[in-house]
Design a protein around this ligand. Structure first.
Ligand SMILES: C[S@@+](CC[C@H](N)C(=O)[O-])C[C@H]1O[C@@H](n2cnc3c(N)ncnc32)[C@H](O)[C@@H]1O
Length: 180
């Protein structure tokens, strides 16, 4: 089991590193990845899961950012709404998001199938998941690393149709899953 997984561990971990998060992220997270993620966002109603300090969707007026870590949210620069909650117990009703973004957060979910099922419930028909994750087994001791086949299987099990996997470089991948 990777070092940081599940809500309690993730919250403690990110509460602790929040003061340095943006500086660490600037070294890891490539500008080109950010642009790829943003280019795949569709519609105005965007839910950013594990929004952190607002790095990916902070510029969007109608986005909703959700995060477990109060320390990350306290540092967020965000035009939309911020909510402190566990994505696995979402405080929303109805399925109306156009896009759900997991930029560096899907792999912290204890049960990825259940996370995909929750995402399917929160998306409108025709909506999509856009996910940025690690893609190298070199990181598997720290975080869950899923294969293209794993993503296909996880999102198909939650009723998603088309699942597209794109390798961004040696360490990261982008996954787009469309809700029929
Ligand atoms: C690596 S950070 C990514 C932050 C931001 N998306 C970015 O791209 O910089 C992962 C974030 O996911 C949050 N997180 C992890 N599990 C979560 C869950 N079950 N529900 C909501 N947020 C979660 C953590 O608290 C942390 O802020």
């Amino acid at each position: 089991m990777p070092v940081v997984q599940g809500a309690a561990k993730a919250r403690r971990f990110f509460d602790r590193i929040a003061p340095w998060y943006d500086r660490i992220n600037a070294r890891i997270y490539k500008r080109a990845w950010l642009e790829r993620v943003r280019s795949e966002i569709r519609g105005a109603r965007v839910l950013d899961v594990g929004v952190g300090t607002g790095f990916t969707t902070g510029h969007l007026a109608d986005a909703v950012g959700i995060d477990l870590s109060m320390e990350m949210l306290r540092r967020a620069r965000y035009r939309g709404a911020l909510v402190r909650a566990d994505f696995m117990r979402p405080p929303f009703r109805g399925a109306d998001f156009d896009t759900i973004v997991f930029a560096g957060s899907f792999y912290y979910m204890r049960d990825p199938r259940e996370a995909a099922r929750v995402a399917a419930e929160l998306l409108r028909p025709g909506g999509r998941v856009v996910l940025l994750s690690p893609a190298t087994l070199l990181l598997a001791a720290f975080v869950r690393v899923l294969s293209p086949h794993d993503y296909q299987e996880i999102f198909a099990s939650a009723g998603f149709g088309d699942v597209r996997y794109e390798r961004l470089n040696w360490s990261a991948c982008l996954v787009i899953a469309e809700r029929p």
